[in-house]
Structures are given as structure tokens and as C-alpha cells.
Design a protein around this ligand. Structure first.
Ligand code: PLP
Ligand SMILES: N[C@H](C=O)CCC(=O)O
Length: 427
């Protein structure tokens, strides 16, 4: 597509790699990134005027699909009143009340502008509250591009082979202890030896940055148990899972309550956003009440608050998440069925509106090593076969796919037809 190639060349002149976030670059699948100009429901229109069924959803926020009319109206009406005031607004209070109502472990909340800021602030707060430096994270989990957390990270860091980024001082990285996701014994063992030095554990309660990997029974409970026993802070990074895998997030779905929660994506309805919150005693350590400093010029921006509120109000509708998950299951089962028919080993994971596709003989995928040892070349071929047929999957084997409430019967049918033809080629 010469048109797309020219756009990419033009973008690459002044933007490193032609993209403003590495995972967009198609390096994980080969080829050049697509340029899109419009979205409507489950579909996006490229600059070459071709329509694609979208399973990226702007990497998670668009749980209602593209250009949801109520969200767009809320943004337009709010923007017309002024874009930012740098003062408290009633919309921020409405957002705080709404989130604390839907996620009861969040007794207090502070809004920021990205998921990265949310996790960065949460670990600073955990360190300030406990007076300890060490943070535990899990290999293949991704918490944004926070220095301390870019150690054995997932998502683009994994795709580009730099899970531990240059530029992070060794003196900072040494405070990050990395364990295997879903290995409860490893967590217990570490805490037996070092529990008294550990400020907190940060975890994606459903891993979504090493593709989609749900927690094994007992894993999240173990994290809660060791944090309680050793006075450490349990941080759930629900930037991806918040409001997506259940109305109350993964913590509601799996029944484990963290001390702090990080949010992003859905809570901003497609506008730049992040938020963190949790137990009052910890949140009261934040400036101006307490000594832990954290701030933001555009934090709680009214346009973002309006988009987020308009989104949350719609996903509160009874049965919303059950319908979303049923759709995702229908798609996953259809994909596995077609793969079987063509003699291709495939396993899928579904949690709420998150879907993981793995080309592997393993019947269940619950560990990082299974993800990285799956057939990544086959994923790349599958991705391009689907793209040629008008289906836009996440352009990397380590990213989850996202469904929205706009994905209906027609979209699932078209996707499965495309998968059938693609898998026939690969079989
Ligand atoms: C689980 C998780 N945490 C944090 C982040 C960082 O969010 P943002 O990209 O908004 O900085 C992301 C996504 O990038 C994420 O998936
Ligand atoms: N996997 C990342 C976060 O969820 C994708 C977003 C990005 O890094 O651009």
C-alpha cells in the first residue's frame, strides 16, 4: 500500500520510529503500521479508506467501541465550557464518588494523566507509607514506562527484546525484585527471606501484557496473605482490567482486595487518563495531607472526566460485562474450532472483554515461559492473514485483544470467516 508507506515515511522524519508508542510500530509482526482516520463502533477506517474490525480498541479504553455517541456528546459539551481550569471541578468529585462506589477498596482516589503516572505514584506512596524501598513485580507484567518497573517488563518492552531498559540506573533497578507470575510458592519464599524490606507488590491481577493470562486459583490470595503478614502494600495494577473484566475490576471478580489500585484506559473513555487510590490511611499520606509528593497540571481534566463518566454510566447497565464476556467466548471457541479443523494447535484465554490467542500445544496457558515459547512466527502469519481480510488484531504476540459492546453477531461472523481462510493457509 504505497499510500500508507508514504505516510509512514513522513511520520518517521520527526517521530522516532514513526510512532508515539513503540507497540504501534508493527515490529512484533513485521511490516509497517497502518494509519487510521475514523472509528465507528467496532470498526476503524484506514487512511486508504478500508474498513477493519478492530480488536485493539485503542489498547483497551474503548469498551463501548469507537465514537460512542454519548461519550462524544459529553466531550463536546464539556469542551465548549473550557478545556481546563487548574482548579477543583464538580466533575472531578463526581468521578471520585463514582469510582469509589464501584470499587469499594478505593476509599480515596487521585486522578492523573496516564496509567504510567498511576503506577509510578502508587509505588512512591507504598514506599513513603512503609519507609521501605523494595518493590516486587512479576516477569511479563507491564506497568507503563516507570523506571523502577521497567525490569523484566511485558508489552512493547518484551516485543522489542528490552524488558529491562537502558537508562534505568542500576541503583534503582536493584530495588525491584522480579518473580514468576502465578508462582505462589516463589512469592512465599521471597517474603520469608526479605519480607521486612518489601514496600509492596505490584501485579496485573489478570496479566494483559504477556498476551492474556488469568491468575491461577490461590495466586492473588497468596499476595494478600504475605502482604498482611509482612506489613507490605498490595497494589493491583488494574489499568487494563479495571471496569473491563467486571464492573468492580479483577478485585471484584477474584475476591481479593488490594490496598492500592491503579486505573487508566476505560476510566477515561478514550481520553488520556490514569488514577490511583485505595485505603484512606495510605492515601492520606499524599500531599497536601501528608508528606508524599505527587501533582499534575492537567490532572482531573474536565473533558477526560466527562468522557470517563459517560463511559462508566453505560457499562453499569445490568448484564453489560456478562454480554461482553459471552461475545469474547463465542469468538475464542470459534477460533479454536477452526484451528482444530485445519490441524493447527491453538489455545485461547478469555477474561471479560480480554482475549488471548496462543499458537501452542499446551491446553492451558498460565505462565510466562509458555507465552514466550509459543509459536510466535505462526502468530505473525495469522496476524497478517487476518489484516489482509480486514481484521485488525493487536500487532504483537504479547498483547491481549479487546472486545467492545459494539462487537455484534456480524463482526464475530466476519472475524471467524477470516480466521477460517487464514488458518486454512497456515495448516
Ligand atoms: C497494566 C498496565 N499498567 C500500566 C499501563 C500504562 O498506562 P499508560 O500507557 O496510560 O501510561 C498499561 C498500558 O500501557 C498497562 O497495560
Ligand atoms: N500493552 C500496552 C498497554 O496496555 C499498550 C499501550 C502502549 O504501550 O502503547
Amino acid at each position: 500500500m504505497p499510500h500508507t508507506h508514504e505516510l509512514f515515511e513522513a511520520a518517521s522524519r520527526h517521530i522516532p520510529g514513526g510512532v508515539n508508542s513503540p507497540v504501534r510500530a508493527f515490529k512484533g509482526v513485521g511490516g509497517e503500521p497502518m494509519f487510521f482516520k475514523r472509528g465507528e463502533g467496532a470498526r476503524m477506517i484506514s487512511e486508504s479508506d478500508r474498513s477493519y474490525i478492530d480488536y485493539v480498541g485503542s489498547w483497551g479504553p474503548l469498551i463501548l467501541g469507537h465514537a460512542n455517541p454519548k461519550v462524544v456528546r459529553a466531550v463536546q459539551e464539556t469542551a465548549a465550557q473550557g478545556l481546563s481550569f487548574g482548579t477543583p471541578t464538580v466533575l472531578e468529585t463526581r468521578m471520585a464518588d463514582k469510582v469509589c462506589d464501584l470499587v469499594p477498596s478505593m476509599e480515596m482516589i487521585r486522578m492523573v494523566n496516564s496509567g504510567t503516572e498511576a503506577t509510578m505514584s502508587a509505588i512512591r506512596l507504598a514506599r513513603g507509607y512503609t519507609g521501605r524501598d523494595k518493590i516486587v513485580k512479576f516477569e511479563g507484567n507491564f506497568h507503563g514506562h516507570v523506571d523502577s518497573l521497567l525490569v523484566k517488563a511485558g508489552s512493547g518492552a518484551l516485543t522489542f527484546g528490552s524488558p529491562s531498559s537502558p537508562g534505568v540506573p542500576a541503583s534503582l533497578a536493584e530495588h525491584t525484585l522480579t518473580l514468576t507470575y502465578n508462582d505462589a510458592d516463589g512469592v512465599r519464599e521471597l517474603f520469608e527471606h526479605m519480607g521486612g524490606q518489601i514496600a509492596g507488590i505490584i501485579v496485573e491481577p489478570v496479566a494483559g501484557n504477556m498476551n492474556c493470562v488469568p491468575p491461577e486459583p490461590g495466586f492473588l490470595e497468596t499476595l494478600r496473605e504475605v502482604c498482611d503478614a509482612h506489613g507490605s502494600v498490595l497494589i493491583f495494577d488494574e489499568v487494563m482490567t479495571g471496569f473491563r473484566v467486571a464492573l468492580g475490576g479483577a478485585q471484584q471478580r477474584y475476591g481479593t482486595t488490594p490496598d492500592l489500585t491503579c486505573l487508566g484506559k476505560v476510566v477515561g473513555g478514550g481520553m488520556p487518563v490514569g488514577a490511583f487510590g485505595g485505603r484512606r490511611a495510605i492515601m492520606e499520606q499524599l500531599s497536601p495531607l501528608g508528606p508524599v509528593y505527587q501533582a499534575g497540571t492537567l490532572a482531573g481534566n474536565p473533558v477526560t472526566m466527562a468522557a470517563g463518566l459517560a463511559t462508566l454510566e453505560q457499562i453499569e447497565e445490568p448484564g453489560f460485562h456478562e454480554r461482553l464476556e459471552n461475545r469474547a467466548r463465542e469468538l475464542a471457541e470459534g477460533l479454536e474450532e477452526r484451528a482444530r479443523a485445519h490441524g493447527i494447535a491453538m489455545t485461547t484465554n478469555v477474561v471479560g472483554g480480554m482475549l488471548g490467542i496462543f499458537f501452542t500445544e499446551d491446553e492451558q496457558v498460565t505462565r510466562y515461559h509458555q507465552v514466550v515459547n509459543s509459536n510466535l512466527d505462526r502468530f505473525r502469519l495469522f496476524f497478517h492473514g487476518m489484516l489482509n481480510r480486514g481484521i485488525y488484531l493487536a500487532p504483537a504476540p504479547f498483547e491481549a485483544c479487546f472486545l467492545s459492546s459494539a462487537h455484534g453477531d456480524a463482526e464475530i461472523r466476519e472475524t471467524l470467516e477470516a480466521a477460517d481462510a487464514t488458518l486454512a493457509e497456515l495448516g
